[in-house]
Design a protein around this ligand. Structure first.
Ligand code: AHR
Length: 499
């Protein structure tokens, strides 16, 4: 049994954990938007609201999902927003393209449908504009259509399509991965294109927040240097981080698991490095946030070509408890970096890649990652606190400890502590302190029997509740604080209120 001491530091606040750090991403790719979120003509006839699956909608409301990016991804740089407004039967049929996928796209899920869904689920919308095949005028028109309160031909069209009031969309991405699928730009050319788009977009609505496409260090430096005299055009710098989890989605070997955790933990260093580049290049002239607007595990099995007897569509993977613990590790890093990380979107929200929700026909289930997000909900909007953890190192983890933790204090003065035991074999006997004057009122555990089982623990259409949170007991320690035995390969959230 691993002996661990955790000290929460309520007097050492790091910053506010913005709801935007708990964002998600819905792309027209595989079965994410069509079939997963929104029914298409060939979908199973399931209860729905305005075409959105009711079961998925309700599950996302309860996760919760404070931010949702749409419509891509690589899809965004082929997408023309006018195709997705007006009567559905009049919408054009196009090629739907992203990541090598080419499908028939009847555009039945467009701007109004997406923004209605955001309103229902409580998500702030984040729209990704088209740089690859679009124009500044096309994106300006989309912005005017969505946000202008004036009486123009475009806003009359919006009203005629059912939205009397402006949608007030704040977050706009200027392209996606324009160093690759979004046009194979080089950094300087993209920076000049970005500057043109951003300047024109600001004229339409000076209050929007604009997201520039970032990439690696040389790209980010060149981009920011080129924009140096126009820093007011940029609010967020988008970067993506996928871990590739050598070994495969269900490979139970110890080495694969620990390497995955290490890869996931490095996401925090990547955020810091990106923030450092912004600081060095822009100095005090502009606060630009790091927008990690795609992140998660991308297993080798999640690819365009897929075996229909094993998965429902392209880019789908089995989402295990191991993936969920890796996600939890990343969320801890988000809390520590909340002063520089301005938003983050797990990729993607349903079926595709690291999805919290999966569907197959009429069946819908929550993956262990869904439960991690739900157990993290009390941290959303709270103040992240410093936490000290004394624990030994993981076998393959380089500098990764087998037990890690994050804590926050909300506006009602409730303290939330989330602890992860990444060890595959050792339970941990944990003492947590820094809880003076507070009493535990809720404690939930997420785990599964054996992390060495093949297949690894996961939920499915047949067993939707194989991995589920359940209560865990913590006892008051005579030295103050609490004692808890945390099973191997687990996560637990503890909530404490003032006595
Ligand atoms: O999330 C899948 C794809 O990954 C996105 O379309 C693209 O932005 C990234 O390469």
């Amino acid at each position: 049994m691993e002996e661990v001491r955790i000290t929460i530091k309520p007097d050492s606040p790091i910053g506010t954990i913005s709801p935007r750090l708990y964002g998600h991403f819905a792309e027209h790719l595989g079965r994410c938007c069509y079939d997963g979120l929104f029914l298409k003509p060939t979908s199973a006839p399931v209860p729905n609201q305005k075409g959105f699956r009711t079961d998925v909608l309700e599950a996302l409301k309860n996760m919760p999902m404070p931010l949702l990016r749409w419509p891509g991804g690589c899809y965004a740089d082929h997408y023309h927003w006018r195709d997705g407004i007006g009567p559905v039967e009049h919408r054009p049929r196009r090629l739907g393209m992203s990541c090598g996928e080419i499908v028939e796209d009847d555009n039945r899920l467009g701007t109004h449908e997406f923004l209605w869904f955001c309103e229902q689920t409580g998500a702030e919308p984040y729209l990704a504009g088209n740089v690859g095949t679009g124009s500044p005028q096309e994106m300006c028109d989309w912005l005017e259509y969505c946000n202008s309160a004036l009486d123009t031909t475009l806003t009359r069209l919006r009203r005629a399509n059912g939205a009397e009031k402006p949608f007030g969309v704040k977050l706009w991405g200027v392209g996606n991965e324009n160093w690759g699928c979004g046009g194979n730009f080089d950094a300087r050319d993209y920076a000049l294109e970005y500057r043109r788009y951003a300047t024109m977009l600001r004229h339409i609505d000076p209050h929007v927040e604009l997201v520039a496409c970032g990439f690696d260090e040389p790209w980010n430096r060149t981009l920011l240097q080129t924009l140096r005299n126009h820093v007011d055009t940029i609010d967020h710098l988008s970067v993506h981080r996928y871990w590739h989890g050598e070994g495969g989605e269900l490979d139970p070997s110890e080495k694969v698991s620990y390497r995955l955790f290490t890869e996931a933990a490095l996401t925090e260093a990547f955020i810091q490095q990106t923030a450092d580049i912004i600081r060095v290049e822009l100095g005090e002239r502009r606060r630009v946030g790091v927008a990690l607007d795609e992140w998660g595990i991308w297993h080798p099995e999640a690819r365009l070509q897929f075996d229909p007897s094993k998965r429902g569509g392209p880019y789908e993977q089995v989402s295990t408890l191991r993936d969920a613990l890796a996600a939890a590790l990343v969320l801890e890093g988000f809390h520590r970096q909340c002063r520089v990380l301005s938003l983050a979107n797990l990729a993607q929200v349903v079926n595709v890649l690291h999805a919290p929700i999966q569907t197959r026909g009429a069946a819908m289930w929550r993956t262990p990652t869904y439960h991690v997000f739900q157990l993290h909900a009390p941290h959303i909007g709270a103040t992240a606190l410093e936490v000290e953890v004394q624990a030994s190192l993981l076998p393959y983890g380089d500098e990764l400890r087998c037990v890690t933790a994050t804590a926050s204090l909300d506006k009602e003065d409730n303290l939330t502590l989330t602890i992860l035991n990444l060890h595959l074999d050792q339970p941990a006997s944990v003492h947590f302190g820094g809880t003076e004057g507070r009493v535990l009122f809720e404690a939930q555990l997420l785990t599964a029997d054996s992390p060495h089982d093949n297949p690894l623990a996961h939920n499915s259409a047949e067993q939707p509740n194989a991995v589920m949170p359940r209560p865990i007991k913590a006892t008051e320690s005579t030295q103050g604080g609490y004692l808890v035995n945390l099973p191997k390969h687990s996560m637990a959230t503890f909530r404490l209120k003032r006595k």
